[in-house]
Ligand binder design. Structure first.
Ligand code: FAD
Length: 585
């Protein structure tokens, strides 16, 4: 009996999904699939009154993503590239057909560069080149976005690309990796039991099924059922104004290829260029709601402000109204379930940040889940997801809230601000190179950093651990060789700008950690990098460790604390192998 009992304990330990460190260099990952039978048997024997829903159909995926908006799709893409078994469900029978988020920020394009399709998006979209601020029917200031981020990012602009087309492109890319959105599947309930999450799904034909997954990703939008099921609060508020969005065909002075921001006594309007000439997007406030919110149409929009812009609307292709909220979930994680995108944070569309922030969440979580599932990182790494992303979301919501209140408030002070002060300040801001660059770093999200994270260690020169790896355009002798090219592997890697010490070379070989040594040049210094210093770069392009040339023990300690093994997977895109500079192992 005693021996049998011990045997049972060993079997139970070995069959719990997770990571088992056998030696400092070797770990075993137990896949949740292996545990299914044991889990069921254990539950039946020892917890006969378990509240777990009965498993009728055990889908047993590693990550189940609920919601195929941009957040869920990017999460699926990144996880698939890292070889994770993923399923993605959406209750909608077809992808969205409305343009919603137009602005694709530079940081999102950099992530897409890692996935290998940024250039395609750039080709399909339209650069935001600049804009005009209108005040009381007059052009009050011109703002120039051209080259704002020159030298900072390979994509020194914001791109205009409608969300429906964007989602279609992501779906297409996902299908190239052999994954498909499973439509007409709505999550109704969820429950975490031991080593898995069980969810109840309603199919489009009304049937219900139970699915199990090691991790659940709630990418199910602002009204997230997952957030509600997890009892996670969503504090914040809703602005009093009702907004409209209209994609129109028009002629006139706002069809100038740029952004037009219009301030009036009582109204606020932004006119965005769309890809096709002759088409623009209007976002403004609706003051007259006397017909009832459900009956509003283009006819309810005050046409005076549009006439003042000397613009004629010939056809309205899409009209919708919406309320703007500002909320951040109290937590982004509970046990094995995570909240991402609009499910975790919503805010005003000022600055075009919403969708881009969701994509940033997805990239942040994807490599961590993959690392834990593959037994490369300790499970504690998952705690850093909320720590890193919630801080940014809270800052963002506070900033967009202040900006939005200024442009929409009816108070005399706010009116003075938007009619007189904002045009002046904007013109000044955009004429200063330093301020333009600062603005670019903020709006493009390339300035987002995780310096406060438990995953960030050290500082060398101007670069802190937690910063996005600074972009060095000319990092190799090859004219097109920048230091972002190796990031396409989606793997951990060492970067050295100058030369690497023998200790670092042997550490890199010992941990099977690719090392990219770039010949030192002036651009690197200008970007704040330090010659010969050690930079450990995470799969999402953020610096995990920044240490001096002779501090390889700092790196060794970090790897031993955080990682179980690096053992990078072969994930390079075909034809996109690491760049031609020296790579040591
Ligand atoms: C008019 C407008 C303009 C905007 N402009 C911008 C902009 O310029 N830039 C920007 O960055 N952002 C903008 N946004 C915000 C942007 O559209 C959202 O931030 C973005 O769609 C969020 O993506 P998501 O994937 O997190 O959620 P969503 O796009 O909301 O996707 C959620 C998905 O989950 C599915 N789902 C929900 N519940 C369930 C369930 N129980 N089971 C299964 N599936 C479920 C839904 O069908 C949906 O497909 C704008 C929004 C609006 C409305």
């Amino acid at each position: 009996m005693k021996i049998a009992g011990r045997f049972l304990v060993i079997v139970r330990l070995l069959t719990r999904p997770g990571n088992y460190k056998v030696s400092p260099r070797f770990s075993v990952h137990v896949h949740p699939r292996i545990t299914s039978a044991v889990c069921e048997r254990e539950r039946n024997i020892s917890h006969p009154s378990s509240t777990c829903m009965a498993a009728e159909n055990n889908l047993d995926t590693e990550v189940l993503i609920i919601g195929a908006g941009p957040t869920g799709l990017v999460l699926a893409l990144w996880l698939k590239r890292l070889g994770v078994h993923v399923r993605i469900f959406d209750k909608a029978s077809a992808p969205g057909t409305t343009s919603r988020a137009l602005a694709v920020q530079a940081r999102t394009l950099e992530f897409y560069g890692q996935l290998g399709f940024a250039d395609e998006l750039v080709r399909l979209g339209r650069w935001a080149i600049g804009g005009t601020i209108w005040s009381k029917g007059r052009r009050a200031a011109h703002i120039d976005f051209k080259e704002m981020g020159s030298g900072i990012s390979p994509y020194p602009y914001a791109l205009i690309f409608p969300q429906d087309q964007h989602e279609r492109l992501l779906i297409d890319r996902l299908s190239q990796l052999g994954a498909f959105v499973e439509r007409g599947k709505e999550l109704l309930e969820l429950e975490e039991c031991d080593d898995r999450v069980r969810v109840k799904i309603r199919n489009s034909d009304g049937t219900e099924e139970i699915c199990t997954t090691a991790y659940l990703a709630g990418c199910d939008g602002a009204r997230s059922i997952i957030r509600k099921q997890l009892n996670i609060g969503f504090p914040g508020g809703t602005y009093e104004h009702l907004f409209y969005v209209a994609d129109v065909e028009a002629t006139g002075e706002t069809l100038n290829g740029g952004l037009n921001i219009v301030f009036e006594q009582a109204d606020f309007l932004v006119v965005f260029p769309l890809k096709d000439d002759g088409q623009v997007r209007f976002i403004g406030t609706v003051r007259d709601t006397s017909v009832g919110e459900d009956n509003l149409s283009w006819a309810s929009v005050d046409q005076g402000i549009i006439t003042d812009l000397r613009t004629d609307v010939e056809r309205v292709n899409w009209f919708s109204t919406y309320r703007v909220h500002h909320r951040v979930a109290d937590h982004f994680r509970k046990g094995r379930s995570f909240l991402l995108g609009d499910a975790a944070h919503i805010h005003s569309p000022v600055g075009g940040q919403g969708m881009n922030t969701g994509i940033g969440d997805a990239v942040n979580l994807a490599w961590k889940l993959a690392a834990v599932l593959r037994g490369k990182a300790k499970v504690e790494v998952l705690e850093s997801y909320e720590l890193e992303r919630i801080a940014f979301a809270r800052r963002l919501v506070a900033t967009t809230d202040r900006a939005f209140t200024t442009v929409t408030s009816g108070s005399p002070l706010a009116r003075l601000m938007r009619l007189r002060i904002v045009p002046l300040v904007a013109a000044l801001l955009f004429s200063s190179r330093r301020l333009r660059r600062l603005l670019f770093c903020t709006i493009s999200q390339v300035g987002v950093n995780y310096r406060h994270s438990t995953l960030s260690r050290g500082r060398t020169g101007a670069v802190h651990a937690g910063d996005r790896l600074p972009w060095v355009k000319q990092a190799t002798h090859d004219a097109n060789g920048d230091n972002f090219a190796p990031l396409q592997s989606l793997n951990w890697q060492l970067h050295v700008y100058g030369s690497a010490t023998p200790q670092l070379c042997s550490l890199s070989a010992g941990w099977n950690l690719p090392m990219h040594v770039f010949p030192w040049n002036a651009e690197m210094k200008q970007k704040g990098l330090e010659r010969d210093a050690i930079y450990l770069v995470r799969p999402d392009g953020y610096i995990a460790v920044a240490a001096g040339p002779n501090e390889s023990e700092t790196l060794e300690t970090y790897l031993a604390e955080i990682m179980l093994s690096v053992d990078n997977a072969k994930t390079s895109l075909p034809g996109h192998e690491s760049s031609s500079h020296s790579e040591a192992r």
